[in-house]
Design a protein around this ligand. Structure first.
Ligand code: SF4
Ligand code: SF4
Length: 335
């Protein structure tokens, strides 16, 4: 069995690239995911970005200008997906939304919902509706205790108020105002690991519970596996569960997910303008490479007038999180 070395420990985890047999090739790029920075009003226990109110890293005006140029220059970009941290708090958020809107692309914001109650951000729900921004909002459980344990005291109540606010603007009901929720499993406390429940069934339960108890409507529920990256990785290491969790994920490897992995048709850009295959690789400092094995930046994409400079996706052991069971991506289960 091939092994990989993570944190200097030789582990019995099969190298992901050996599991695949063939290189994980890139398809035509249609999604631009921009991580605007690490500032966030929350500091969730599972955050793979290690975001918090104390972080200061964010997009510069120079990189923002380049990203706007990229959005205008490449009609093949169908989706501009804004993430963070809380993307709304980081420099360049509204200019990027407006560039994507002006060029007719779908705009996604990965929103924690609670930011709408922070000083200076109360206009966001109306702004989102005016710009027909698709909202993908974290709500890791429909039970208050579980959400507050993972994300902080009072987060569940604020999330509910925010969802009701969005509903009042037509989100979750009007065809052009899409509101999706994200479920993450609780972090494991012992070696009894579980994958996310089946997405369709869980969506039905979420819809029933939120409608009956809070009169909330939404469109889709995305189940997302906790990848052992960022705070989730640190937590697992503290509990001595990091290797067992990777083994668990590998034991559920599903080859049918490979065709649909989000890294195959997206570029992930960091606040410095560096290019990655996905946000997890970004957080683990595993840059995308061109055919010569060189790192890429937004400057180089613009100079080449070509987004398709990457032939092979960079992978690591945590990729087992995207390929376990029904698979996982920023858009939920893969199959
Ligand atoms: S998980 Fe999302 S809301 Fe929580 S700290 Fe990270 S970026 Fe902020
Ligand atoms: S973490 Fe997931 S999305 Fe990123 S490169 Fe690995 S398989 Fe692809």
């Amino acid at each position: 069995m091939q092994t990989t070395s993570t944190n200097q420990i030789n582990t019995p985890i099969t190298l992901f690239k050996h599991k695949l047999n063939t290189p994980l090739t890139k398809k035509k790029i249609t999604v631009l995911q921009i991580n605007l920075g690490k500032r966030c009003n929350l500091a969730c226990a599972h955050c793979h970005v290690e975001a918090s109110p104390k972080r200061t890293e964010e997009l510069s005006p120079e990189i923002c200008t380049q990203l706007i140029e990229l959005i205008y220059k490449f009609p093949e970009i169908e989706i501009v997906d804004l993430t963070g941290g809380a993307p709304e708090m980081n420099y360049g958020f509204k200019p990027l939304v407006e560039a994507a809107k002006a060029t007719g692309k779908q705009i996604i914001v990965r929103s924690n919902l609670t930011i709408y109650f922070a000083e200076g951000f109360g206009d966001l729900p109306e702004y989102f509706a005016q710009n027909q921004v698709r909202i993908v909002a974290s709500l890791p459980c429909y039970l208050a205790d579980n959400v507050d344990k993972m994300r902080g005291a009072g987060v569940f109540d604020d999330s509910i108020k925010a969802l009701q606010w969005l509903n009042r603007f037509g989100y979750g009901q009007a065809a052009n105002l899409i509101l999706d929720l994200v479920y993450n499993p609780q972090l494991p406390t012992g070696e009894k690991f579980a994958l996310a429940p089946e997405q369709t069934n869980l969506e039905r339960d979420y819809k029933r519970f939120l409608k009956d108890n809070f009169n909330i409507e939404f469109n889709n529920l995305f189940t997302i596996t906790n990848l052992p990256v960022g705070r989730t990785k640190m937590y697992l290491e503290r509990k001595k569960l990091y290797i067992p969790y990777l083994q668990f994920l590998e034991s559920h490897f599903n080859t049918n997910t490979i065709e649909h992995l989000m890294c195959r048709n997206e570029l992930s850009i960091d606040y410095l303008g560096n290019v990655y295959d996905c946000d997890f690789n970004q957080m683990m400092n595993l840059p995308a490479k061109n055919a010569k094995g060189e790192n890429l930046t937004v400057t180089q994409l613009l100079a080449a007038s070509n987004l398709d400079l990457i032939s092979e996706v960079q992978t690591a052991a945590y990729c087992y999180g995207c390929t376990a069971g029904s698979g996982s991506s920023c858009g939920g289960a893969l199959i």
